[in-house]
Design a protein around this ligand. Structure first.
Ligand SMILES: *Cc1c(COP(=O)(O)O)cnc(C)c1O
Ligand SMILES: [Zn+2]
Length: 408
């Protein structure tokens, strides 16, 4: 019996084979990987998982790859940090950071989705991979596709941070900078994907790519001792990660890996200058109104989120909420996280911490229940966001008197 049934349309339920497809021919709904959980139940146990290496493939029975993975063998299983200093500052009892700023190899949560997408692209027999990226995906596809011996075409908006550009170029991909925002890059890539026989990780391979995000949910549950937090704050760009965290936890309940039936509340975090999903949540509106992004949180700057509706739905169904952060609040939150927990996150992490702080202050997240904040990227990639807002070094002459002068 195969644990992977195939693909299914999220709208009309029509079934499709396991192929590089992503939209339903009948209703244009997105396709999703479907599993046979009765089969998976027999293949998996807590003991088995904990005996596997500490990377995201320890959950391979729940991922849509049939053979041996070719990518991501060092990705995932990032630290879950109990953030006692930050908890004190925010006035809460039990706070954790899921720290994907240290994910391997390219220091963001995108190493998870790319690990699965490239392993699947290899199984499908592609020799070229591509992506439309807000930055981190570009880094991860560039790096992991080099190792897995793919030709690689990476499309980014032309105004990305230097760290994200260099962090792609170093792996020698074909890096194409498009004069436009992400939504324009994505539209162009859909045309290219229709014409060239490439594995576009977030277009024609998207159903498989998206499954990689579930590993963040599995790890959090395992690292909490096979329990779920009461509350989780998740940043959203296209809205896939937050949707898949929900799916991952529901799967763990379904196959009996967690007995705890905690209904976790999901909170979506976005920048004020690009918050199409948060505004749906706040206005109780079940459709996306696209926006033109204007924010320093470039990795979250998707004005027309592909999974906007599904992200909205999981937030609403869980009883969670959403919040936004201004550019100034993002910078303050990056500094707060660094000074309290020693974690230097990128602008997306600033968004998440700032939104968590607001939700706690508003009383939306109670102070006495366990909270997880997802830190999804590394601050060394977005240095221009904070460079002129963190003071300067004290410059001295190389002798004691000069140093002591500064002590006065
Ligand atoms: C891509 C990304 C996200 C969220 O991505 P979704 O498109 O919502 O799945 C969050 N944080 C960072 C740093 C990212 O690069
Ligand atoms: Zn359909």
């Amino acid at each position: 019996m195969n644990r992977i049934k195939g693909l299914r349309c999220r709208e009309c339920g029509r079934e499709y084979p396991k192929e590089p497809l992503h939209v339903c021919e009948f209703c244009f709904g997105p396709l999703e990987v479907e599993y046979d959980y009765e089969v998976i139940k027999k293949l998996i146990s807590r003991e088995k998982i904990t005996s596997y290496p500490t990377n995201l493939w320890r959950y391979k029975e729940l991922l849509p790859v049939d053979g041996e993975p070719v990518s991501g063998l060092t990705s995932g299983f990032t630290p879950l940090i109990q953030a006692t200093n930050l908890a004190k500052r925010l006035g809460v009892e039990e706070l954790y950071l899921k720290d994907d700023s240290t994910n391997h190899p390219t220091l963001s949560f995108k190493d998870r989705v790319v690990a699965v997408a490239l392993s699947k692209a290899k199984e499908f027999g592609f020799d070229t991979v591509a992506c439309a990226s807000t930055g981190n995906l570009a880094n991860s596809v560039s790096a992991q596709a080099a190792v897995a011996n793919f030709k690689r075409y990476i499309f980014i908006p032309a105004d990305l941070e230097m760290g994200k550009v260099i962090g792609s170029l170093i792996y020698a991909p074909n890096l194409v900078a498009v004069k436009g925002n992400y939504d324009q890059v994505n539209r162009l890539c859909s045309e290219i994907a229709a014409k060239y026989n490439w594995a576009f990780v977030n277009i024609n391979i998207r159903p498989f790519y998206a499954e990689g995000s579930k590993t963040m949910a599995y790890e959090i549950a395992e690292q909490l001792g096979w329990r779920l937090p009461k509350h989780i704050v998740v940043p959203a760009a296209g809205g896939s990660l937050i949707t898949k965290i929900h799916k991952g936890w529901e799967e763990l309940k379904k196959i009996g890996l967690i007995s705890d039936q905690t209904e976790s509340k999901l909170y979506v975090a976005q920048a004020e200058g690009c918050c199409p999903i948060v505004s749906m949540v706040k206005e109780n509106r079940n459709f996306v109104k696209p926006v033109i992004p204007k924010t320093i949180a470039k990795s979250l700057a998707i004005g027309n989120p592909a999974d906007g509706y599904y992200a909205y739905s999981v937030v609403k169904e869980s009883g969670g909420f959403g919040e936004v952060a201004t550019d100034d609040e993002i910078v303050e939150a990056i500094k707060l996280l660094a000074e309290t927990e020693g974690v230097f996150t990128e602008t997306a992490g600033g968004v998440t911490v700032a939104c968590a702080k607001k939700l706690i202050e508003q009383g939306r997240i109670p102070r006495n229940e366990p909270i997880v904040i997802c830190i999804t990227g590394n601050g060394l990639k977005t240095q221009e966001a904070v460079a002129d807002k963190i003071g300067e070094p004290i410059i001295i002459e190389p002798h004691l008197a000069s140093f002591e002068e500064t002590m006065k």
